[in-house]
Design a protein around this ligand. Structure first.
Ligand code: SAM
Ligand code: SF4
Length: 326
């Protein structure tokens, strides 16, 4: 379906939980947050109704996210039901990787196409500082298991923060010399207040690009519609590639193809706007899939032309990233 600005919306980011087994400083406060009550979270039946309605509107790719999607019980069966929807949409998942080693084979068998693993450091003590939990070895084991299970091409999301992990950009980039992975560097988005890092910690895309140049000459690749806003590069003879996502410093809203649904059943037409539509009340008062599709279509038509993050008058939103799904 097209929105009012002529953009085709074919990608749904579906959040299945707001809970997480990490506490990344750019996403959650150290003490955690009061998680949604069980009854506030959409059931798998309700999430499936949302996905079915979205597919009927032309959505062909669904990303399961959170919070941490692999902490929700029954996630493998849910993935299987998503993959079996009419039109066989592509099902992908974003995870912090902590529980990936044990679940990768079952996820693959259920029909998951591939995973994005979020990892901001390759050093154990820093992992603890950034995520406030132990677990680097588990994430690395998860990456290995995902690759072995065929959840490929594997993508690793890195959020560089000045003075925190910005000195590891070259180390991450070098991984593409030996592995067929896509390492994606995403600008820090100060989306909500009360996060551990001030907006000044954001490493702008040109500075990330300069760091990448220390590893070798970067060869630009054609943009690939599956990669959303990522600018793609590779090093000569590398096995993998680099993605650079200037989430703040350059607006790519005119190419936006996404719709987001939060774990508590709110449709968010834009990541960076607090405008939301309460789908849950309709789902719980017996709305048919057709009615859900009508509400999603209204949300699509309500997508703003663009966001204002980075502008002086940008006001951080109410929800933190774990409550939206990234
Ligand atoms: N827990 C899963 C994970 O970490 O991959 C999925 C949810 S997480 C909210 C999705 C993505 O959002 C992760 O790659 C994370 O690094 C990214 N993210 C969270 N807060 C962010 C922020 N303030 N700026 C940029 N990216 C952020
Ligand atoms: Fe959890 Fe992902 Fe947020 Fe980190 S970025 S706290 S892993 S939801």
């Amino acid at each position: 379906m097209k929105d009012t600005y002529g953009r085709t919306i074919n990608y749904l980011r579906l959040s299945v939980t707001d809970r997480c087994n990490l506490r990344c400083g750019y996403c959650m406060p150290e003490e955690g947050v009061a998680a949604l009550r069980h009854e506030e979270v959409l059931t798998y039946e309700e999430l499936l109704a949302v996905a079915t309605a979205a597919v009927s509107l032309g959505v062909s790719k669904i990303r399961v996210t959170g919070g941490e999607p692999l902490v929700r019980r029954g996630i493998v069966d849910f993935i299987a039901r998503l993959a079996a929807l009419p039109g066989s949409p592509e099902i992908v998942l974003t995870t912090n990787g902590l529980l990936l080693a044990e679940q990768a084979p079952a996820l693959k068998a259920a029909g998951l196409a591939r995973v994005n693993v979020s990892l901001d450091t390759l050093r154990s003590e820093r992992f603890l500082a950034i995520t406030r939990r132990e677990g680097l070895e588990q994430v690395l084991a998860g990456i290995e298991a995902a690759e072995k299970a065929g959840l490929v091409p594997l993508k690793i999301n890195v959020v560089p923060l000045l003075g925190v992990n910005s000195d590891e950009i070259a180390d991450f980039a070098r991984l593409t010399l030996a592995h067929p992975w896509e390492i994606r560097f995403i600008e820090y988005m100060p989306v909500s207040s009360g996060l551990a890092y001030s907006p000044e910690r954001r490493m702008p895309a040109p500075a990330i690009y300069a760091e990448l140049g220390r590893v070798g000459p970067l060869v630009p690749l054609n943009r690939d519609h599956d990669n959303g806003p990522a600018q793609l590069f590779r090093y000569p003879d590398s096995h993998g590639r680099i993605g650079l996502i200037p989430a703040v410093s350059s607006h790519f809203c005119d190419e936006c193809n996404r719709l987001r649904v939060t774990a508590d059943g709110r449709v968010r037409p834009c990541l960076l706007s607090d405008q939301e539509i309460d789908l849950r009340q309709h789902l719980r008062s017996g709305a048919s899939v057709e009615t859900v599709a009508t509400i999603l279509a209204e949300a699509i038509l309500g997508k703003p032309a663009g966001h204002r993050i980075g502008a002086d008058d940008f006001v951080p939103g109410r929800r933190r990233m774990h409550g939206i799904g990234g």
